[in-house]
Design a protein around this ligand. Structure first.
Ligand SMILES: NC(=O)c1ccc[n+]([C@@H]2O[C@H](COP(=O)([O-])OP(=O)(O)OC[C@H]3O[C@@H](n4cnc5c(N)ncnc54)[C@H](OP(=O)(O)O)[C@@H]3O)[C@@H](O)[C@H]2O)c1
Length: 277
């Protein structure tokens, strides 16, 4: 009834289409939130070195009693570590913090086009991949022209591109580009951090289906084939966001929600963002 489908990545690795995001969850609250998500049934957690809670995600997984192999774990390379050797060391530190011997997915968090050269960073991730300590590598916040450089100058096509997507910022061109290159698209801030939940198009669809606006919005992503990992520290919402597989949006619902696009990017523009924490 509520089984989460897997998406097969371009190297054959399978990732649950629905996961749990932990951005802006305080380190001291992350173990409990992770445990709650795993109890509800999530088996995919999206963290990052930048979030400061990798260690606590791993503690939650260990304390849940669920086998490490049964949870798909993503982390991301922080912005200060784009130089080749720094990237290798940063990956080692993430594994050490988590006390894991491998990650399922490791991403370059931002391309930072004005800082160094992300091609060198990607080559470090390719090396990590060859070492067998990560099952798949990918990018986050990469535009098509950034990925075109990787395709021209390196050997591995990213398995995923994790980008901002929600009804106010649908990213249809970049999704099509990813698809054409065999790259799975992951949607971050899938409910626009709550901003779309009182939308006058989404609310009546939710009422008709006896679902919440968050469920309708997340279901829209699922039906578009995107991988999503909504964040919540509220147990009721963690459960609500997981219940997406026993109802369907019609083609009309899908089109109406997609038509809400208004270039409403909430995060930074990756072409202009060169921030190092
Ligand atoms: N790669 C990147 O650059 C990047 C950037 C941003 C995010 N991400 C990833 O994407 C994940 C999700 O994005 P996000 O955390 O920015 O935003 P989001 O999942 O779109 O929204 C999270 C916010 O919505 C609230 N919320 C969650 N479920 C709800 C529901 N059912 N009803 C009402 N409110 C609800 C949460 O509140 P409560 O917690 O108070 O319940 C929280 O304030 C992150 O956790 C992270 O893993 C990646």
């Amino acid at each position: 009834m509520n089984a989460v489908p897997n998406v097969k990545l371009n190297n054959g690795v399978e990732i649950p289409q629905l996961g749990f995001g932990v951005f802006q969850i305080k380190a001291e609250e992350t173990r409990a939130a992770t445990l709650e998500a795993l109890k509800v049934g999530y088996r995919h957690i999206d963290t990052a070195e930048m979030y400061g809670n990798e260690r606590e995600v791993a503690e939650g997984i260990r304390d849940s009693g669920i086998a490490r192999a049964d949870v798909f774990v993503t982390s991301k390379l922080n912005n200060g570590f784009h130089a080749h050797d720094k990237a290798l060391t940063a990956f080692d530190r993430s594994l050490e913090a988590m006390k894991f011997d491998y990650l399922d997915l490791f991403l370059i968090h931002w391309p930072l086009p004005g800082v160094g050269d992300f091609v060198e960073t990607w080559q470090a991730l390719e090396e990590i991949s060859r070492s067998g300590r990560v099952r798949a590598i990918g990018v986050s916040n990469f535009q098509a022209h950034h990925i075109e450089r990787l395709a021209a100058e390196t050997t591995v096509i990213p398995a995923v591109n994790q980008i901002e997507i929600h009804p106010y910022f649908t990213q249809d061109d970049l999704r099509a580009f990813d698809r054409e290159h065999g790259i799975a698209t992951e949607a971050w801030s899938p409910i626009a951090q709550g901003q779309v939940l009182d939308d006058p198009t989404i609310v009546p669809i939710a009422e008709r289906l006896s679902r919440t606006p968050a469920q309708v919005t997340l279901r829209w992503h699922i039906q578009r084939g995107e991988i999503v990992f909504p964040k919540s520290t509220t147990p009721k919402r963690i459960a609500e966001n997981f219940a997406l597989f026993d109802f369907e949006l019609t083609d009309e619902d899908m089109a109406a929600i997609t038509a809400l696009h208004r270039n409403g990017r909430r995060g930074p523009n990756p072409d202009e963002f060169n921030w190092i924490p």
